[in-house]
Design a protein around this ligand. Structure first.
Ligand SMILES: Cc1cc2nc3c(=O)[nH]c(=O)nc-3n(C[C@H](O)[C@H](O)[C@H](O)COP(=O)(O)OP(=O)(O)OC[C@H]3O[C@@H](n4cnc5c(N)ncnc54)[C@H](O)[C@@H]3O)c2cc1C
Ligand code: SF4
Length: 626
């Protein structure tokens, strides 16, 4: 499919931002942080709200699929597609208001979460859900993925913090979704509430930590369970019975229901003091078995870090320096955080946990531990090898009392596939990130991908869990939606989608009719490269191609602090980030490059300062300067 020339002509007349239809731009936006690759139809980068609106209106007029996008740090493939990408991260990044009285913030979709948090911190406030990617994740992406993080047992999900949103529907209609409940979707919402309440209650996963499908349960409002230490009055989202507020539906909708122009979100008081206690275990499953006991002490977070990540952290220079808190060589550790107003009470809480390996009282000591946990994902992929930790079953959430059982079964599945993998993350909420090590450039690797996915889905369903609990369905879990929710609830979701986007133009093939999860792989069986004889040797990286392929797209280089990456920080252009350069180079060695691509690679490398910021800070160890 290519873009209609009349559409391009009209868009050029109305749009003040950048429109990029060249091959280099398509390479840059054909990947996110997932294992997939799909070339977009083009890229439009709106400079103003009017640009965003006219792009959606014209797309509706010419029936062009569109995909609103933030930083593209999604792990399930929902930020890529055969559509016109609307990159909201570059210019639609204003914080419009922070109101300390109502504890709310109104933001444009491109505002980076950590920027919002820095501004809110001056008023003693913060956004509750805290994805580990906060330093680059945009609020549009945070909301549309229903993101959350380590503190989900206090703050729940993003869906629990959206108060209202200005949106554009698939046909270009502008609406405000708030408690007034004025929307042309209301009749369909009414019908879903009346006819599907029992089906929803019966078929939704049994865990509150759920990002799969749409949040139809927020319309009732109802949740199968609540975050153990939920800060609000009612769960979900402090919603009152008979709510007509459609804003929570945006959470986890992955750009398929509406384009977010602005959102007003809830802020929570920033805890005055925190303390961390680290406990060690003889196995990951043993650590998970202990989580229900630890929850009784009312911690604010419990995070799992396995031996694999601890070992890898010691091998990356910037992280090795931060490892003084680990004593011995435990198979797994749980990091337990307490927060509150009284430091003495927090110390007492840690003391009651039992045999603690390390206590971190100062913020400096705590941030060393959090850094290792937050960079876990990148660290796991820091080894130069063709068999890599693959992200496709990494967002399962299981009712926490069955977490140990889940881990033992996962380890059995790994061993029957002759592999191992990393298992870590938000143990307190029952959400484990799991990455089996597979070589997807072989038939056997792709076969294992499919087989492990089938088995883990069956296991997750059996234990009452959800395949997606913060990262979204995208392509990795899209095909499981109907089996998760059953035919009737899936039909109700389709009805909602049809009402919001009758022509199926908003991020098509996500949520419904998703492609099989083992196709459209970035590194699949057919992956081939053509490299030139380089002057430098790349023995450690498995050759020049290995060095280029090392970037997994997680986008830490798109943050605005630290050293990496100065050329991106100055220009805010994807091609001037470490990730952009790696993607362009990969484009160069995997296809017959045309002049556009060659020129784009030359320009992107020309702006690289060779500062080695990426070598030190990229958790996967990408070294662009080399
Ligand atoms: C290393 C790493 C760690 C991560 N840790 C976490 C974690 O702890 N918790 C977590 O929840 N996630 C995590 N993620 C996943 C991801 O970073 C977050 O979900 C993040 O919020 C996505 O933001 P983004 O700006 O990159 O969105 P994108 O990836 O660009 O987009 C995400 C989705 O939002 C939609 N979207 C974007 N803008 C709009 C808009 N204006 N209107 C409508 N839809 C829109 C897109 O279509 C897409 O479907 C992690 C990712 C990585 C690589
Ligand atoms: S070496 Fe180049 S790509 Fe790496 S951080 Fe510095 S400017 Fe960015």
């Amino acid at each position: 499919m290519s873009l209609n020339p009349d559409f391009i002509h009209e868009l050029h007349k109305q749009f003040t931002g950048d429109i990029r239809l060249d091959s280099a731009a398509k390479i840059l936006y054909s990947t996110d942080a997932s294992i997939y690759q799909i070339e977009p139809l083009g890229v439009a980068i709106p400079k103003t709200q009017d640009d965003l609106q006219s792009a959606v209106e014209l797309a509706a007029k010419y029936k062009i699929p569109i995909l609103p996008r933030g930083t593209g740090s999604s792990l399930s493939g929902q930020a890529i597609g055969e559509a016109l990408i609307l990159d909201c991260s570059r210019w639609l990044d204003s914080i419009l208001n922070i109101d300390p009285e109502t504890r709310t913030a109104t933001v444009e979709p491109g505002v980076v979460l950590s920027t919002l948090n820095s501004a809110s911190a001056q008023l003693g406030l913060t956004f509750g859900p805290d994805p580990a990617s906060a330093e680059r994740a945009t609020m549009g992406g945070v909301i549309a993925n229903n993101a959350t993080g380590a503190h989900s047992i206090l703050y729940g999900m993003s869906a629990d913090h959206i108060i209202s949103a200005d949106v554009i529907l698939g046909d270009g209609t502008l609406e405000k979704w708030d408690s007034d409940g004025k929307s042309k979707l209301i009749p369909i919402v009414d019908l879903i509430r009346k006819n599907y309440e029992d089906d929803i209650k019966q078929n939704y996963p049994k865990t509150w930590r759920n990002s799969a499908g749409y949040r139809l349960n927020y319309l009732l409002p109802w949740s199968p369970s609540a975050p153990p230490h939920w800060v609000g009055e009612n769960y979900p989202a402090n919603l009152k019975p008979h709510t007509w507020n459609l804003a929570p539906l945006l959470a986890g909708s992955e750009g398929t229901l509406a384009v977010i122009r602005r959102a007003t979100v809830n802020l929570v008081p920033k805890p005055k003091h925190t303390i961390l206690g680290v406990l060690s275990y003889r196995s990951i499953a043993d650590a998970c078995d202990d989580v229900p006991r630890l929850l009784n002490f009312k911690p604010s977070a419990i995070e799992l870090i396995p031996q694999m990540i601890l070992h890898l952290a010691r091998s990356v220079p910037a992280y090795a320096r931060q490892m003084g808190w680990i004593v011995g060589d435990p198979s797994a550790v749980l990091v337990v955080e307490f927060s509150g107003d009284q430091p003495s009470a927090l110390k007492e809480a840690v003391r009651r946990l039992g045999d603690v390996l390390t206590v971190a009282e100062s913020l400096e000591d705590q941030s060393r531990i959090w850094n290792i946990r937050k960079m876990g994902l990148g660290l796991m992929d820091s080894r130069p090898q063709t068999a890599r930790p693959v992200a496709f079953i990494e967002d399962c959430a299981i009712p926490v009392e069955r977490l140990g059982e889940f881990v033992r079964e996962i380890e059995r599945i790994f061993s029957t596939h002759d592999t191992e993998g990393g298992i870590y993350a938000h143990a307190s909420g029952g959400c484990l990130h799991i990455r089996p090590i597979l070589n997807l450039q072989t038939k056997e690797g792709v076969r294992a991908l499919r087989s492990i996915s089938n088995q883990v889905f069956a296991l997750t369903l059996k234990l009452g869990g959800s395949m997606s609990s913060e990262h979204g369905d995208g392509i990795t879990s899209g095909e499981w939606i109907e089996q998760t929710f059953g035919k009737d609830v899936t039909n109700a979701m389709r009805m909602l989608k049809h009402a919001a986007d009758p022509e199926n133009l908003l991020n098509p093939n996500k949520m419904f009719d998703a492609p099989p999860m083992d196709r459209q792989l970035r590194f699949g069986e057919d992956y081939q490269v053509k490299v030139w004889n380089s002057t430098l040797h790349f023995n450690y990286e498995r050759g020049l191609a290995g060095a280029v392929e090392h970037c997994n797209g997680q986008g830490v280089c798109l943050k605005s602090n630290g050293v990496m990456c100065p050329s991106y920080q100055a220009t805010r252009e994807e091609q001037n980030s470490t990730r952009g350069r790696a993607n362009l180079l990969r484009g160069l060695i995997t296809r017959n490059p045309n002049d556009e691509v060659t020129e784009a690679v030359a320009q992107a490398l020309d702006l690289c300062l060779a500062c080695k910021g990426c070598k030190a800070e990229c958790p996967s160890g990408v070294d662009m300067a080399k």
